[in-house]
Design a protein around this ligand. Structure first.
Ligand code: FES
Length: 364
């Protein structure tokens, strides 16, 4: 850095180091000079504080009381919002699987939580703007580490803040705020509880599905039964059990019972003992629920006879009883034993003989 006392200015160079810091501290303005920044040491006068303007609530006790009413009304509104959210969660149970109830649950729960948050936020802002002490102050910078005197002063400041905000004195506001803050987390407790384990043995939920002996295989979503003659070599169909569309909890049932139906050359199938009769002339049915974390396996590669899960690319070999040949899944897709009825429609021989879905349920 070149320093020219007579001109009252300094040239800031890239390697100026600590001296540059000094120059910046003293700087008032900066100009360009042939590519170098010219920092002058001019200073500007302290503009001082703007004149204090008292608020209407400082001048008129009636207006202050109105503001106080508004504040505690907002906090009580927040309490009402939290209670409303709780009531909505109970009134529209999502366990039934009814999409209408699920939609109403989401909407009203959201409205309740919004009201609860807004009540606390608006109440706090209104309180600060209209009733808390209104004066301008200057805080001088000081070292971060506090001395005993600083700590004593901090306690005094908290004390002053308590007095000036009226937190201890305005009991109605204080109590309503405490009520709002206590009530607000309650919906969250209920919501998080809903995410926790619901059953001692979660695998039991996946052990049975709607499939049973004689249930026709029907097309998803139309529910029309499908004949073996409709399934040509290399084709694949999304299948649901007969009667699923009429079930009140159809979404939950479908999540377990969805099936993929494919026809391959019977000679290409490697069938293990006991499963010889589970396919019908090369038509095979496998659970559509990936054994990794439950995404729908929906891609059938006609040439390779591979089923692909789009989520994490687990790949199952249809010719080899849908055993895993790639990806994070650890278990083959469960096979649904099928045959045909007297009219040639495809039917199930039984339910799945093992739990469908993610295999992590099997971990103890
Ligand atoms: S859910 Fe299918 S691979 Fe992850």
């Amino acid at each position: 850095m070149a320093h020219d006392d007579s001109s009252g200015s300094e040239l800031a160079a890239p390697s100026s180091g600590a001296a540059a810091g000094t120059a910046v501290e003293r700087a008032g303005t900066a100009e360009s000079n042939g590519g170098l920044a010219v920092i002058t040491t001019d200073t500007f006068p302290d503009p001082g504080m703007p004149p204090h303007r008292p608020r209407v609530t400082d001048l008129d006790p009636k207006k202050a009381r109105t503001a106080q009413r508004a504040v505690y009304t907002l906090f009580y509104l927040s309490v009402a919002g939290s209670v409303f959210a709780l009531a909505a969660y109970m009134a529209f149970p999502i366990e039934d699987g009814d999409p209408g109830a699920l939609r109403l649950n989401t909407v009203f729960l959201g409205l309740g939580i919004t009201l609860a948050l807004m009540g606390i936020g608006l109440g706090a802002v209104h309180w600060a703007k209209t009733l808390m002490a209104d004066h301008e102050g200057i805080d001088v910078r000081h070292p971060v580490r506090g001395t005993p005197e600083t700590r004593t002063r901090a306690v005094e400041i908290f004390d002053d803040a308590n007095k000036e905000s009226g937190f201890g004195r305005r009991t109605l506001i204080r109590n309503s705020l405490i009520g709002a803050l206590v009530a607000f987390p309650l919906p969250a407790v209920i919501l998080f509880r809903g995410l926790g384990p619901q059953f001692d043995n979660p695998a039991s939920l996946l052990e049975t599905t709607m499939w049973k002996a004689g249930a026709r295989l029907t097309l998803d979503p139309s529910g029309l039964p499908i004949k073996a003659s409709d399934v040509t070599l290399g084709s694949a169909f999304h299948i649901i059990p007969e009667g699923l569309n009429e079930m009140p909890d159809r979404l939950e049932q479908k999540a377990k019972a969805a099936v993929l139906l494919m026809r391959v050359n019977p000679a290409d199938l490697n069938v293990s003992p006991g499963r010889e009769t589970w396919n019908y002339d090369g038509i095979v049915a496998y659970s559509k629920i990936c054994t990794h974390v439950g995404c729908p396996v929906a891609l059938f590669e006609q040439q390779t006879h591979h089923l692909l899960c789009p989520c994490h690319q687990s790949t199952f070999d249809v010719n080899n009883e849908c055993k895993v040949i790639f990806g994070p899944a650890k278990r083959a897709l469960p096979q649904l034993p099928i045959t045909v009825d007297g009219e040639g429609y495809l039917i199930a021989q039984s339910d799945f003989l093992e739990p469908v879905g993610p295999s992590f349920w099997e971990r103890s």
